[in-house]
Design a protein around this ligand. Structure first.
Ligand SMILES: *Cc1c(COP(=O)(O)O)cnc(C)c1O
Length: 394
């Protein structure tokens, strides 16, 4: 959208001059109002769950008005919301979201995995789109209230969980090309199973003609606008028989991410002493994943290295498709892993580029991916207590 559009926005369209008294109210979980659904939905057999298709009975909603600030949050039946079609979210895509999961432990308690990291990321995403300020700690309290209310929706089986989708949308009702001073926060809950049928390996098509993110852009934030431009390349990749895209960047074809997941390779070291666990650095083009950060933290944790008998050298560094091809031809490419909340850690067994495939031995997953996946799942599902990463919903 060009300058012409911005000029079209009359200053008078800005809602609320700052003459009103006091500062707008902050989001406050203690003001929560709960309206329960009159009838509860039947739970569906877990085998039939498809990611993000089934929703629980309730959702959290709070609205921000520039004069009054955040409304008292509500929990109410999951259902449609009504918005003016001129709203900023429809016109300019001012939307951000988070993805996190609640797991049921053997002790019957619901747990979140490092939710503080999701909340800090939500705050940063909102700030990047100049949305009204939001306190992630309060959003987390609301997430916990929803999880507790919807406990029956968390499947007990390993690998299953209640996926949570905190979302903030820009609801300024006007066409002015300016920051939205109105917003709605909502939190949806959706029971979910293994993203790919357990450890089914994914195939990736490396793409350089489209880019997911670029320096100075929004690729390092979970903003909605990053995702729909990836659907066409994704569909083209699927037509060629690949599950997801391996996003490259730059003349030197740097490896960035895989689909909407972070990406790691495990590479044998020259000195034969252990293996490198390599992922791209957070240079603004990479989404700072909670799972990514957890893999890196475990890989440098003496306790984890000891218990898993692995010798890992975690590296956040620039690496390219040619590096991967070279490591593969030298027999040094041991594993390729896609990581994120939905998949947790999964194998990639094949990378295609310009008609050629790099095949990863052992279908992509070896001792490193297996140990990281097991450890993270044990923490998430409450079988292991680990450095405060598992957070019980009281
Ligand atoms: C959400 C997301 C990830 C994974 O982040 P997690 O916090 O581990 O779920 C990776 N890449 C992109 C582009 C994402 O949107």
């Amino acid at each position: 959208m060009g300058d012409r559009d911005s000029v079209a926005s009359p200053a008078s369209a800005q809602t609320g001059d700052s003459a009103n008294s006091g500062s707008p109210a902050a989001l406050d979980a203690s003001k929560l109002n709960i309206t329960l659904a009159k009838t509860l939905k039947p739970l569906q057999p877990i085998e039939t769950l498809r990611f993000g298709q089934t929703f629980s009975d309730h959702m959290v909603v709070a609205t921000y008005d520039p004069e009054t600030g955040w409304s008292a949050p509500e929990i109410k039946p999951h259902g449609p919301i009504t918005l003016d079609p001129a709203c900023s979210c429809f016109q300019y895509g001012g939307n951000v979201f988070e993805g996190m999961k609640a797991y049921l432990g053997p002790d019957g308690k619901a747990r979140l995995f490092r939710p503080d990291m999701n909340m800090r990321r939500l705050e940063r995403s909102c700030a990047r789109l100049a949305l009204p300020p939001i306190d992630g700690d309060v959003v987390l309290e609301l997430v916990k209230c929803l999880v507790n209310l919807e406990r029956r929706w968390i499947p007990k089986e390993s690998g299953y969980s209640l996926y949570l989708r905190p979302t903030v949308i820009a609801t300024r009702p006007g066409l002015g090309v300016i920051a939205s001073d109105h917003a709605i926060l909502y939190i949806l809950a959706s029971p979910t199973g293994p993203y790919y049928q357990m450890v089914k390996p994914v195939t990736l098509l490396a793409v350089s003609e489209n880019v997911r993110a670029w320096p100075g852009g929004t690729g390092g934030h979970k903003v909605a606008g990053n995702y729909s431009p990836s659907f066409l390349p994704q569909r083209n990749a699927a037509e060629k028989g690949y599950d997801q895209i391996l996003w490259l960047f730059g003349e030197d074809r740097r490896i960035t991410e895989a689909g909407a997941m972070n990406f790691f390779v495990v590479v044998k070291r020259d000195d034969e002493d252990g293996v490198d666990l390599i992922t791209a650095p957070l240079d603004g083009t990479i989404l700072p994943g909670v799972t990514r950060a957890s893999c890196l933290a475990l890989a440098s944790d003496p306790e984890f290295l000891e218990e898993s008998s692995l010798r890992l050298y975690p590296q956040e560094k620039v690496y390219t498709l040619s590096d991967i091809a070279k490591w593969s031809s030298e027999g040094k490419l041991l594993e390729a892993l896609v990581v994120g909340t939905a998949v947790i850690i999964g194998p990639c067994n094949r990378i295609g580029f310009e008609g050629q495939d790099i095949v990863i031995p052992g279908a992509g997953m070896g001792p490193v991916g297996t140990a990281l996946r097991k450890k993270i799942l044990d923490i998430q599902e409450g079988r292991t207590e680990w450095k405060g990463w598992g957070v019980v919903c009281p």
